[in-house]
Design a protein around this ligand. Structure first.
Ligand code: SAH
Length: 219
């Protein structure tokens, strides 16, 4: 069974990631190792390696593998860096980061999702990932600053507390609303301010909080 899943993962990496330009070897290796089927609801396991997002329950979704990969690659990670993820969801993105040797802190606003992700990460031997239930648009003050902050939900604008919690040279990777769709931005903190780079279009569930949407714009 495990061997079978490994083959599925290798296919996913070749056809969905390498084919579309993901080339960072440590990112590709992490995707081959992390058992994505453990992060999706039982009845969707057969689709765990398919080329799309999957529902997680509570109106939320585990992102498409390619989207997780492009965010991870855009962050230009070095092992040992401290990363804050906003939007734990299933815990899959956290596991990818932990597999790459990062020090991972992850915040989720929905307690039930956070608890499930925490237990799953422990069971799958990623016990180093620190989880918390809170509004992630405020960051994680006690643990700041971070080398990288990854926001895995779509924001109406850049959350100021997250910019404040970046080290010099730190990167914030975040989907920002642009009219009816979103685009992925990488914001780098420099001595003379912040440099903003626009990446590709994307679709994430909304970031809801004090520095995000007031309520779910979909409802
Ligand atoms: N990274 C996840 C996918 C996340 S989906 C994975 O790998 O599975 C986005 C998640 O962000 C949802 O679970 C949603 O509840 C959460 N979220 C939305 N706004 C948030 C906020 N302000 N703080 C923390 N989590 C938030």
């Amino acid at each position: 069974m495990n061997h079978y899943r490994r083959t599925e993962r290798e296919k996913m990496v070749a056809s969905q990631l390498e084919n579309r330009g993901i080339c960072e070897p440590r990112v590709l290796e992490a995707f081959k190792r992390v058992p994505r089927h453990e992060f999706v609801p039982d009845h969707l396991r057969g689709r765990a390696y398919a080329d799309g997002p999957l529902p997680l329950g509570e109106g939320q979704a585990i992102s498409q593998p390619y989207m997780v990969a492009i965010m991870t690659q855009s962050a230009e990670l070095t092992p040992g860096e401290r990363i804050l993820e906003v939007g734990t969801g299933s815990g899959y993105q956290s596991a990818i980061l932990a597999e790459m040797g990062m020090e991972v802190y992850t915040i989720e606003r929905k307690a039930a999702l956070s608890k499930r992700a925490e237990l799953r990460l422990q069971r799958l031997k990623y016990p180093g990932v620190r989880t918390k239930v809170a509004d992630g648009t405020l960051g994680w003050k006690e643990e700041a600053p971070f080398d990288v902050i990854l926001v895995t939900a779509g924001a109406p604008e850049l959350p100021v507390p997250l910019l404040d919690q970046l080290v010099l040279g730190g990167r914030l990777v975040i989907p920002l609303e642009e009219g009816l769709s979103q685009a992925l931005y990488v914001v780098t903190r420099r001595r003379d301010g912040f440099r903003k780079h626009r990446g590709e279009r994307c679709t994430f569930v909304p970031l809801i909080g004090e520095h995000g949407w007031e309520k779910d714009p979909r409802s």
